[in-house]
Design a protein. Sequence first.
Length: 336
Amino acid sequence: MTAAGTAGIGPRIVVLAGGVGGSRFVGGVRGALRARGVDDTAAMLTVVVNTGDDLWLSGVRLQPDVDSILYALAGVNDTQRGWGRVGDTERVNHELQEWGAGWPWFTLGDLDLGTHLARTGWLREGATPTEVVARLAERWPLGARLLPMTDAEVDTRVTVRDGQATRDLHFQEWWTRHRAQLQPVRFDNPGVEGAAPAPGVVEALAEADVVLIAPSNPVVSIGPILAVPGIRDALRAAAAPVVGVSPIIGGRVVRGMADVCLTAIGVETSAAAVAAHYRPRADGGLLDAWLLAEEDAASAAEVAASGIRSVVAPLWMTDADAAAALAERALATAGV
């Protein structure tokens, strides 16, 4: 295990993440490493990013979770909207709508479209998603290595109940257009059974000193990552402790509609229930430890009784310092 106390060197950290909560937490991990005096955080921090949110739209490939984390680490994200680039304009998006192209309820900013066009061009030229993410990351000093969960296209589909019938939607249509108001029956990632972890993912898990599961949506952000054959097994086999951070505070989701997703798979919206969903690693699950919010302290004993070490801590990531403090607590829980 890396000597975390050695000047300029930190523990090798792998974070599984997606969405706004994941991007804030990853920024916090980088902040915690910097506070420790780590010189090269990019060499110590690897983020395995959900790509189940990805889609083709108006001829370009979008990777919403990749871009959320990319922009957040670069400091160019729009913190008010929670997605896209700060200060972006929407002239091209309006023009697309005039042509009746794209989705009128799915806004693409002009700067954001620049990212999508660059990505699509490189993909058309034969680059893999892993190579494309690496090229995008070269623009800014991110202080982290970003890896897509897989190079395969395994977009998330949602089967919803619409009256007496069911129909299939891309996750983004269900989430953004319908605001998760249509009752989900199930979530699928078509083709995931034949997918493989992106290059470097399994190796990073094997070499890690700690693996952190970000407070991301357990169903549609972390779930697709774990569905890629080989990742769940690599996580279970890792020598490093696996520490998860609850996305539920006080029995409520912090952001988005994760409660609807959890209900669809039969999981209660509570910190203890999400921990039980991941299950203890000693029992064939994923977790060694679980960070619960102070508001959920009463559930700590229940989590501990299941075989997962429970740690009560402030979980609200209200600013960069709070996110770094949370990340430091997760690292300390892992003993690194």
